[in-house]
Design a binder for this molecule. Structure first.
Ligand SMILES: Nc1ncnc2c1ncn2[C@@H]1O[C@H](COP(=O)(O)OP(=O)(O)O)[C@@H](O)[C@H]1O
Ligand SMILES: O=C(O)C1=C[C@@H](OP(=O)(O)O)[C@@H](O)[C@H](O)C1
Length: 183
C-alpha cells in the first residue's frame, strides 16, 4: 500500500493552473484512503468569497498572504492529498510548509493548459488577450520553483486522472529516500 510506503505523509500537488491538481488530487485521495484538501477552496470558505473577488478587492499580495496562512495550517496534517494554487511555489516561506509532505509537480505542456482553460473566468491571472503567451510567461517565471518538487510527473494529453495517479504510484519508490529523510 502506497500510504504505508509514505508512512502516512501528505502529498502536495503543485503546477500551473489547469494542470489537474484538484482533479488528480481527488482521485489520488480516493484511491489511497487519503483526505482531499484544496488550498483555493479553503481560502474561499474562510473568506466567504471567491478567489477572483479577493484579487479584485484586495489584490494579489493579500491573496498570497491568505494562501500562506492556509498552507501553514494544512501542512501539519497527515494522510492528505492537498491541491495547491499554481502560484504557491513562488514564496520561499511556503516551501518551509511544503517540505512537510511529498511535493509532486504535475508538468503539463502549455497547449494542454490552453485547451483546458479557454474561456475560464475564475482565474484572475489569466485575464489576457493571448492565453497561450500568458501561460508560457507564467511557466517561465515559475519553472525553477516547480523544479524544486520531490517528484515531477510529465503529463500527456490523453492521460486520465487514474493513469496519472498510477504514474505517481510507480515513481514513489524512487523518492522514498527523500520521503523518509523528512520524517
Ligand atoms: N487528466 C485529465 N483529463 C481530462 N481533463 C482533465 C484532467 N485533469 C484535469 N482536467 C480538467 O481540466 C480542468 C482543470 O483541472 P483542475 O483540476 O481544476 O486543475 P488545477 O487544480 O490544476 O487548476 C478541469 O476542467 C478538469 O476537469
Ligand atoms: O497560478 C496562480 O497564481 C493561481 C492559481 C489558481 O489556482 P489553480 O492553480 O488551482 O488554478 C489560484 O490560486 C489563483 O487564481 C492564482
Amino acid at each position: 500500500m502506497v500510504a504505508e510506503l509514505l508512512q502516512g505523509m501528505s502529498v502536495f500537488l503543485v503546477g500551473m493552473m489547469g494542470c489537474g491538481k484538484s482533479t488528480v488530487g481527488e482521485t489520488l485521495a480516493r484511491q489511497w484512503g487519503y483526505r482531499f484538501l484544496d488550498t483555493d477552496s479553503l481560502i474561499e470558505q474562510v473568506g466567504h468569497t471567491t478567489i477572483a473577488d479577493i484579487f479584485a478587492r484586495e489584490g494579489e499580495a493579500a491573496f498570497r498572504d491568505l494562501e500562506s496562512q492556509v498552507l501553514e495550517q494544512v501542512c501539519a496534517y497527515t494522510r492528505c492529498a492537498i491541491a495547491t494554487g499554481g502560484g504557491i511555489v513562488i514564496r520561499p516561506r511556503n516551501w518551509s510548509y511544503l517540505q512537510n509532505g511529498l511535493v509532486i509537480w504535475l508538468d503539463a505542456p502549455v497547449p494542454l493548459l490552453v485547451q483546458r482553460l479557454q474561456g475560464d473566468t475564475t482565474r484572475p491571472l489569466l485575464d489576457s488577450e493571448n492565453l497561450s503567451a500568458r501561460l508560457a510567461q507564467l511557466l517561465e517565471q515559475r519553472h525553477s520553483f516547480y523544479s524544486q518538487a520531490d517528484l515531477k510527473i510529465t503529463l500527456e494529453p490523453e492521460q486520465t486522472p487514474e493513469q496519472i495517479v498510477q504514474a505517481i504510484r510507480e515513481q514513489i519508490p524512487s523518492v522514498l529516500k527523500t520521503v523518509h529523510s523528512k520524517s
